[in-house]
Design a protein around this ligand. Structure first.
Ligand code: PLP
Length: 441
């Protein structure tokens, strides 16, 4: 007998970013996970094409991560995060600083990507103020960027649907143009050749407002949530150089791109650009316990380590910053990434992954495919009767009829398999996707 609850009993839980009424009519319930597979409530094994929400990089239920969480729950369930700490929090911060480039030596912990982004924005404001440049309060984001759902992240984010119901948001925010241009780059593998010059728009915004009023520019190195938009070759370097020239902090939001998705610990390494701060989450704990944080450069930390010694230097933090279970999960996850060589593995698999994804070019309604690292956006032409309807049907049919879980954003599918996937698993994902696309044609 199926253990799917009666749809009439599904009303209490208001699901996030979900079409709740459609879900209740035909639920997609997941009750287990192992390796590359989810287990649906009716017992079917579903291939996980998107690592949950881009977080389960080492595969589900990794025994070392499970063991670390269990043993932490037994020894230290919770430690106060304010004015007290537990040793593993320091160990984790040190490990992350070692993984990052240059002098990104300090870490502030939070629990979600949204909190990490708001933390980075607050640190940027506090940093400028501490140096006597308190007029630097403006932020620059980018169209099609996603930086979570806090008021800060939403304001710098560039997805219209995420903004329209929520009033005037943070004042003093501008958006760079998106780098995506289908006419110039359709079906490119990796970073498109065209578009580095789009970074020069930052120079124009700085001229408009004056550098003395701008705190930071925040971008995802590869925009993830709007369907995997790799940066044009040279774009991030150019953006970084302009920001540096004007004392504007550069924040890379690496919530998706961190921890191996692009074949490196951080995308900053792939692109050879050292940002002033990196926000990270998801893959840090392999998705097993919520945890996020901000890596920041020495100079920012140093500028804020001022004031009376018994006063907190930054009036900011979360009850669950560096939660012991999350810290244990993160340390075990970093061990797994290192011991199993998963970042290198992702790098080696990139060309094969790109070829397999590009093989879907002739599937019905596919209008662009954008693989980079082990993530790939596949745009479908919208149905004539409305945007996102085709995407929704693909997601539903994939789940119910083809035992495939894939993330869909509007009419864009995003494939981002766990980094432990074999080429044969990626071929299987592509086969199942093709079958679904043929059905919804
Ligand atoms: C780049 C980026 N920033 C921030 C977030 C927000 O993370 P969370 O949902 O954990 O708040 C996400 C989530 O997908 C993201 O992709």
């Amino acid at each position: 007998m199926s253990d799917i609850p009666n749809p009439n009993e599904l009303a209490s839980y208001w699901m996030p970013y979900t079409s709740n009424r459609a879900f209740r009519r035909r639920p997609r319930m997941i009750s287990g996970a192992k390796g590359l597979y989810y287990i649906a409530s009716d017992g079917r094994r579903l291939l996980d094409a998107t690592s949950g929400l881009y977080c389960v990089n080492a595969g589900h239920g990794h025994p070392k991560i499970v063991e670390a969480i269990k043993s932490s729950a037994e020894t230290l369930d919770y430690a106060p995060a304010f004015q007290f700490a537990h040793p593993k929090a320091f160990e984790l911060a040190g490990r992350l600083a070692l993984l990052a480039l240059d002098d990104l030596n300090h870490v502030f912990f939070a629990n979600s990507g949204s909190e990490a982004v708001d933390t980075a924005m607050k640190i940027a404001l506090a940093y400028h103020r501490a140096r006597g440049e308190g007029s630097r309060t403006r932020f620059i984001g980018r169209e099609r960027g996603y930086h979570g759902v806090g008021f800060g992240g939403m304001s710098v984010g560039g997805i219209p649907g995420n903004r329209k119901a929520f009033g005037s948001q943070l004042p003093g925010v501008d958006h760079l143009k998106t780098t995506y241009n289908r006419d110039k780059q359709a079906f490119s593998k990796g970073e498109p050749d065209w578009g580095a010059e789009l970074a020069d728009e930052l120079e124009g915004l700085i001229a408009l407002h004056d550098a003395s009023n701008i705190a930071a520019v925040i971008v995802e190195p590869v925009a993830g949530s709007t369907g995997c938009l790799p940066p044009p070759k040279g774009y991030l370097e150019r953006l970084g150089a302009i920001a540096r020239k004007h004392g504007v902090l550069l924040i890379f939001d690496e919530v998706i791109t961190g921890f191996g998705r692009l074949g490196h610990a951080f995308a900053a390494q792939r692109y050879g650009v050292v940002p002033d701060m990196i926000t990270f989450a998801k893959g840090l704990t392999n998705g097993a316990v919520p945890m996020s944080g901000v890596l920041l450069r020495e100079g920012i930390h140093e500028a804020l380590m001022v004031g009376p010694e018994v006063m907190p230097e930054l009036f900011h933090g979360y009850t669950y910053s560096a939660h012991p279970l999350a810290t244990a999960a993160a340390l075990a996850t970093l061990d797994v990434y290192r011991d199993e060589g998963l970042f290198e593995r992702a790098d080696e698999m990139e060309p094969g992954f790109a070829d397999i994804m590009m093989g879907l070019k002739d599937a019905p309604n596919v209008v662009d495919i954008r693989p980079v690292g082990l993530i790939c956006g596949i745009d479908l032409a919208p149905r004539s009767d409305g945007v996102a309807l085709r995407g929704y049907e693909v997601m539903e049919r994939a789940f119910h009829e083809h035992d495939l879980y894939v993330r869909v954003s509007g009419d864009t599918l995003v494939v981002a398999p766990p980094l432990v996937a074999e080429m044969s698993d990626i071929e299987e994902i592509a086969d199942r996707l093709r079958q679904v696309l043929e059905k919804v044609a």
